[in-house]
Design a protein around this ligand. Structure first.
Ligand SMILES: Cc1cc2nc3c(=O)[nH]c(=O)nc-3n(C[C@H](O)[C@H](O)[C@H](O)COP(=O)(O)O)c2cc1C
Length: 184
């Protein structure tokens, strides 16, 4: 059983990305278990916490949760053509103390979305830039950009769009194959 941590880059109650995250969680199987790891309770990263201690309990819990995964999947909107601060903060928290980066070596995946038509491309690629340094082994193909996402979420806040569901199914198949390949 492979345990995959999902990180949603939005705190909004009615977040489209949280809807996608819940949908992916539901795709868990006997072999892949997708769990959402919360990032909204992490205090803004301040290196003094790690240098002088004690680090916030939320940091310790988060770092342990990421460490326990076999892979990390980011599902994010774009804020001002980049990664939402809440997600960047989570990356930073997991990357420290220096030398104890919990992201290192994890097979990664990225799904970006937007109600607009650029699909979070800027966030997707800025995220890739950080993941290179964090030594996350990010799936290259297929890329996952979901445009006009509001049209794919029903009034109950659930993903309901056969085309997007089929696309995500192919994406998750490729991601799972990537995770298995890296664990050989
Ligand atoms: C601060 C802020 C910046 C945004 N910048 C962008 C942007 O650069 N590109 C884009 O496509 N949408 C942008 N949006 C719109 C978001 O894509 C939209 O609010 C989306 O619903 C956020 O994802 P969520 O539904 O998961 O919360 C921005 C929204 C906010 C609040």
């Amino acid at each position: 059983m492979k345990k995959i941590g999902i990180f949603a880059g939005s705190l909004r109650k009615a977040s489209f990305n949280k809807s996608i995250a819940r949908y992916v969680k539901k795709q868990s199987s006997d072999t892949f278990n997708y769990e959402i790891i919360e990032i909204g309770d992490l205090p803004l990263y301040n290196q003094d916490y790690d240098d002088e201690g004690p680090a916030p309990v939320a940091y310790e819990k988060f770092r342990a949760a990421v460490k326990a995964t076999d892979g990390v999947l980011f599902i994010t909107p774009e804020y001002n053509r980049s990664v939402p601060a809440v997600l960047k903060n989570a990356l930073d928290v997991g990357s420290r103390p220096y030398g104890q980066n919990v992201w290192a070596g994890k097979p990664g995946g990225i799904i970006s979305s937007s109600p607009g038509n650029i699909s979070g491309f800027g966030a997707n690629h800025h995220l890739r830039q950080s993941l290179v340094f964090l030594d996350v082994l990010t799936l290259q193909q297929p890329e996952a950009y979901l445009a006009h996402i509001a049209d794919s979420i029903n009034k109950d806040g659930e993903l309901h769009d056969p085309k997007v569901e089929a696309f995500l199914s192919d994406f998750l198949k490729a991601y799972e194959a990537w995770v298995l390949k890296l664990s050989e």
